[in-house]
Design a binder for this molecule. Structure first.
Ligand SMILES: [Zn+2]
Length: 130
């Protein structure tokens, strides 16, 4: 839901950027960004843009949907964990710890949201071509 507090987050998503929060007081990072640090309750929270690289922390395949889709927790290289969807993947070959890269897709309401896809696709296609 968009509120004054989360507006910068959604505006960044529209630009193709995923933001997380970083506390200027205790320096802990959190997702998603909040006005107060969830660790020390300081309001000295800064926005930081994610690099977009991470790995699958856990996932589940929703097979009752057609087509099936994947919800997952992805841990970014920055150390925060994001609840998201994994797209463009072979759902039977997805694995915990698999490297993923960020992408952005439009929701039905027109908002762009961060999704992730396997980061090793390019590598695989190169090796199979050789
Ligand atoms: Zn803090």
């Amino acid at each position: 839901m968009q509120t004054v507090e989360t507006r910068p987050f959604w505006e960044a998503a529209s630009r193709g950027e995923l933001l997380f929060g970083r506390c200027g007081s205790c320096e802990e990072k959190h997702y998603y960004p909040r006005a107060r640090c969830p660790y020390c309750f300081s309001d000295q929270v800064e926005w930081q843009a994610a690099s977009g690289r991470g790995h699958v922390y856990s996932y589940s395949v929703v097979r009752r949907s057609d087509p099936p889709y994947v919800t997952a927790y992805v841990t970014l290289v920055e150390g925060v964990t994001v609840f998201t969807n994994i797209v463009d993947c072979d759902i039977d070959r997805l694995s915990i710890g698999q490297p993923v890269m960020i992408g952005f897709e439009f929701c039905s309401d027109g908002q762009r949201v961060a999704v992730f896809r396997p980061a090793n696709l390019a590598v695989e296609s190169q090796s199979s071509a050789g």
